[in-house]
Design a protein around this ligand. Structure first.
Ligand code: GLN
Length: 497
C-alpha cells in the first residue's frame, strides 16, 4: 500500500469511486504510515483509528449501495486540534483543554463528515494557535519532515507536517496571521487562507475573531481547491460568515492560466531579514509567471511596514477577551478545587497552570492594550493602521489582479532557535499578516529549495476578498510550470523518514 499514501486526494477519491481500492484500505494505509513515522514527526496529538475506519466503512457501504460519492468521499484528512470534534479530544495544544471532549462538531468538522472525508485525527499546533513554529504546543514540538531538527512552521505545523510526510493527503488549518501559509511554505506544501468569512468559524476555538480563518492544506493546488469547496460557504451559525456563492475554486484550479493577468510584486516584502535563497527562488517564480504570460508590475504598499505591530496589538487584544472563557468553570482543567480556595483563586490557579508562556504574554499584552487610558494609544491606533493596510490593498488591486511575494522571509529554522525570542518568532509572519488584517484571500505554494539549506521556499499569491478563485487559477498555472521544470513534485525530493 505504499503508493496509496502518495496519491493526491483527487486520485484517492477516484480510485475509491472506481473500486480500485476501498476507503477502509486507504484509511488503514494511512494509519499504518502514522504508526511507522509519527514518532519522528509528531504531527498528530490524537489519532482516532476507530472513528476513521468507521467513516471509511460508511463510504464503502454507500458505494456498495450504488450511492453517488462526493469528490472527496473516502479521502483521509488530518484536522487541526482547534476545531471541535464531537466526542473526540480537542486540546488546542493546551493543558487547559487536556481531556476535553466537545459535545458538538464545528461546522468545518460537520461538512467534512457530510462529504465522506475520513478524519484520521487531530494535529499538533502552537497553544491556541499562537506561534510560528509549533514549539508552543504544551505537548511538545512537531518536526519538519524535510529535517526533523527544524520547525515545520506554526501554528498549524502538525497539519502541514502530516501532509508533507504522507500521513494524510489533506489537512485543515487556521490562519490568523499566517498559520496555514507559513507552515505550507516551510514544508513544501500548499496552504490557503480563504477570504475572511468564507469558511465558518463555528466550533473553531477563537484566538482573534476578526482575523481567524479556517482553510485547506494539501500537496497540490487542485486538492486544496476540492477541500476548500467542501468546507466553504455560508453558515447561519457564524455571524461573520459571507452569505454569497463560494467562488468556483475547483474550476479555477482545473483551468490554471496566467495569460494576460497583471501580477504585482510587493516591493516592501524584500530586503533586510530575507534569506538570500528565499529571494532567489522568489525572483525565479516571478520570471516563471512572466514566461507563462503574466504582466509583472512592481507595487508599493507602504503601510505594510506597520502590519506586524498592528497585528500584535489587535490579535492579543481579541485573544485576551476570547481566552477569558477558560475560567476553570466550564471546560477542561480545574486546579485548587479542594474546598480551601475561593472561586477566584481556582480561576487564577487554573489559568496559571493551564496556559503556557506565550499565551500568558498575549493575554497580558492584550489586556494592557485594551485598558482605559491606553486603548486609544494602542488598540485604537492599530485599528487605524488596519484601515490603511486595507486601503493599500485596494489601491494595489486597482492596478493588478493578484499580488505575489515570498510567503516567509526565511526557510525552516532549527527547533529551539527562536523559542525564547518572541520578536524573532513574530518576524516569520511578516508577509502573511497584511492579508489577515485586510481579510482578503491568499495562498502559499512551493517554488523550490533554498541553496543554503536545501529547504522549501513558499510563493505567496494574494487576491482580493471574494476572488479566491484567482489564487487557484494562478497557483495551478505556477504548479504546472514547476512540474514541467522539475519533472516531479517537490516533495519527492524530501529525504525518507
Ligand atoms: N504566528 C502568528 C501568531 O503567533 C499567527 C498565528 C496564526 O495564524 N494562528 O499570532
Amino acid at each position: 500500500m505504499t503508493e496509496t499514501i502518495r496519491w493526491t486526494a483527487a486520485e484517492t477519491a477516484s480510485a475509491i469511486a472506481d473500486g480500485k481500492v476501498t476507503a477502509v484500505e486507504v484509511a488503514q494505509a494511512h494509519l499504518d504510515r502514522i504508526e511507522a513515522v509519527d514518532a519522528k514527526v509528531h504531527a498528530y496529538l490524537h489519532v482516532d483509528a476507530d472513528g476513521a475506519l468507521a467513516a471509511a466503512r460508511a463510504v464503502d457501504d454507500a458505494r456498495a449501495r450504488g450511492d453517488r460519492l462526493g469528490p472527496l468521499a473516502g479521502v483521509p484528512l488530518a484536522l487541526k486540534d482547534v476545531f471541535t470534534t464531537k466526542g473526540v479530544p480537542t486540546t488546542c495544544g493546551s493543558r487547559m483543554l487536556e481531556g476535553w471532549r466537545p459535545p458538538y462538531d464545528a461546522t468545518v468538522t460537520r461538512r467534512l463528515k457530510d462529504a465522506g472525508v475520513v478524519i484520521l485525527g487531530k494535529t499538533n499546533m502552537d497553544e491556541f494557535a499562537m506561534g510560528s513554529s509549533t514549539e508552543n504546543s504544551a505537548y511538545g514540538p512537531t518536526g519538519n519532515p524535510w529535517d526533523t531538527t527544524k520547525v515545520p512552521g506554526g501554528s498549524g505545523g502538525g497539519s502541514a507536517a502530516a501532509i508533507a510526510s504522507f500521513q494524510a493527503p489533506l489537512a485543515i488549518g487556521t490562519d490568523t496571521g499566517g498559520s496555514i501559509r507559513q507552515p505550507a511554505a516551510l514544508t513544501g506544501t500548499v496552504g490557503v487562507k480563504p477570504t475572511y468569512g468564507g469558511v465558518s468559524r463555528y466550533g473553531l476555538v477563537a484566538f482573534s475573531s476578526s482575523l481567524d480563518q479556517g482553510g485547506p492544506c494539501a500537496r497540490t493546488v487542485l486538492d486544496a481547491a476540492l477541500l476548500h469547496e467542501a468546507i466553504a460557504g455560508h453558515d447561519p451559525l457564524d455571524s461573520t460568515s459571507i452569505d454569497a456563492p463560494v467562488p468556483n475554486v475547483v474550476e479555477a484550479a482545473r483551468s490554471g492560466s496566467v495569460r494576460g493577468l497583471r501580477v504585482g510584486v510587493v516591493k516592501e516584502f524584500a530586503g533586510e531579514g530575507y534569506q538570500a535563497g528565499v529571494l532567489a527562488r522568489f525572483a525565479e517564480a516571478v520570471e516563471l509567471l512572466r514566461e507563462l504570460g503574466a504582466e509583472i508590475v512592481e507595487i508599493s504598499c507602504p503601510n505594510f511596514t506597520y502590519a506586524m505591530p498592528a497585528y500584535y496589538l489587535i490579535a492579543p487584544s481579541e485573544a485576551s477577551s476570547n481566552l477569558a472563557r477558560f475560567d476553570a468553570m466550564r471546560y477542561g482543567l480545574r486546579v485548587g478545587d479542594d474546598g480551601e480556595h475561593s472561586a477566584e483563586e481556582v480561576m487564577s490557579l487554573t489559568r496559571e497552570a493551564g496556559f503556557g508562556a506565550e499565551v500568558k504574554r498575549r493575554i497580558m499584552l492584550g489586556t494592557y492594550a485594551l485598558s482605559s487610558g491606553y486603548y486609544d494609544a494602542y488598540y485604537g491606533q492599530a485599528q487605524k493602521v488596519r484601515t490603511l493596510i486595507t486601503r493599500d490593498f485596494e489601491a494595489a488591486f486597482g492596478q493588478v489582479d493578484v499580488l505575489v511575494s515570498p510567503t516567509t522571509p526565511t526557510t525552516a529554522f532549527p527547533i529551539g532557535e527562536r523559542a525564547d525570542d518572541p520578536m524573532a518568532m513574530y518576524l516569520a509572519d511578516l508577509c502573511t499578516i497584511p492579508s489577515n488584517l485586510a481579510g482578503n484571500a491568499a495562498m502559499s505554494l512551493p517554488c523550490g529549495l533554498a541553496d543554503e539549506d536545501g529547504l522549501p521556499v513558499g510563493l505567496q499569491i494574494i487576491a482580493p476578498a471574494m476572488a479566491d478563485d484567482r489564487l487557484y487559477r494562478v497557483g495551478a498555472a505556477v504548479e504546472a510550470g514547476y512540474l514541467a521544470r522539475w519533472g516531479a513534485p517537490l516533495l519527492d525530493r524530501a529525504p525518507a523518514l
